[in-house]
Design a binder for this molecule. Structure first.
Ligand code: NDP
Length: 282
């Protein structure tokens, strides 16, 4: 079997230029102009390129986005003060802090400072708690984008076996909850999982977010499963994921590529969250 490639780039483009653009036009009629602020500390090359993609996607959907830049030496106090200002600024609907932050700044303190109604990354305890409870909330972007990609394949997850490899707070855990909400049977794997291959053997969907290049290969997955590869690595100037695309694409029925898979969907979800926040805040 040769897998269908699920193009996150194409799914994102469609969502941005149809659904989201129309929503923005409706908001504009009510004089609401969705606006996203990205807080960028230091000058990490990877962060800068993610931020550039966020700006590009914001333009596609017709929302405003601004970058608030700080030197790597900025104090934690200064960042917290700026977040306070953003929380109180009625013209701003969404804010994210580009991670990682320098060691002298507490990520927990910074994220906890963000008003949950403007937390378009869905990282605050309030929004994570609401997700856990199945309440309406701003869902974190990578898991949200993954669910949209799965939906684009027409797969009904009810009763399906989903194996998630990786249990991070930003990918593995929330995507497992979202799959549970769609009535999948979810198996969570991590670094202490014994016999990972047996957990993959009867999976209908495999979601991999481990942060190890080509960690899963075609021999480990069952024929016909759907593979979502969250990882992104630059190996000698060439990008690859946590899955060995070449071998896995010979076994899977559908697979996400790297680049052009989960990455663009994550950014698209961020723009969508900003629009949702604007609809709610007004
Ligand atoms: P983390 O490092 O936070 O988590 C990695 C997870 O993988 C942990 O739960 C860890 O287990 C598990 N793990 C590590 N080694 C093994 C192993 N040998 N067997 C099974 N599980 C293992 O990573 P993230 O979730 O933040 O990111 C994962 C990848 O996805 C990275 O490459 C990252 O760059 C990428 N990413 C891409 C995004 C995108 O938009 N495309 C967005 C976010 C992340 P344990 O908990 O036991 O340590």
């Amino acid at each position: 079997m040769v897998a269908k490639v699920i193009s996150g780039r194409e799914v994102a483009e469609t969502i941005l230029t149809t659904d989201l653009k129309n929503k923005v036009l409706e908001l504009n009629k009510k004089n609401i102009k969705p606006k996203l602020i990205v807080i960028l500390v230091g000058d990490m090359k990877a962060s800068a390129s993610y931020v550039a993609q966020k700006e590009k996607f914001a333009v596609k959907a017709g929302i405003e986005s601004d970058i608030m830049r700080f030197e790597a030496t900025v104090t934690e106090e200064e960042i917290l003060t700026q977040i306070d200002n953003i929380n109180n600024d009625k013209s701003i609907h969404g804010v994210i802090v580009q991670l990682p932050l320098p060691d002298h700044i507490s990520v927990t303190k910074v994220l906890n400072k963000i008003d949950p109604s403007k937390d378009v990354d869905g990282f605050t305890p309030t929004n994570v708690g609401k997700l856990f409870l199945g309440e309406d909330t701003l869902v974190s972007c990578t898991p949200k984008g993954i669910m949209q990609m799965l939906a684009s394949t027409g797969t009904n997850l009810s009763g399906k076996n989903v194996t998630v490899v990786g249990r991070s707070n930003i990918v593995g855990k929330p995507v497992a909850i979202l799959c549970l909400q769609q009535h999948a049977t979810v198996t969570m794997c991590h670094s202490r999982t014994k016999d990972l291959n047996s957990k993959l053997a009867d999976a209908d969907v495999v979601i991999v977010a481990v942060g190890i290049p080509k960690f899963i290969n075609g021999d480990q997955i069952p024929e016909g499963c759907i593979v979502i590869d969250v990882g992104i690595h630059n190996i000698d100037g060439k990008l690859c994921g946590d899955v060995d695309f070449e071998s896995a694409s010979q076994k899977a029925s559908a697979i996400t590529p790297v680049p052009g898979g989960v990455g663009p969907m994550t950014v698209c979800a961020l723009i969508e969250n900003t629009i949702i926040a604007a609809e709610r805040i007004g």
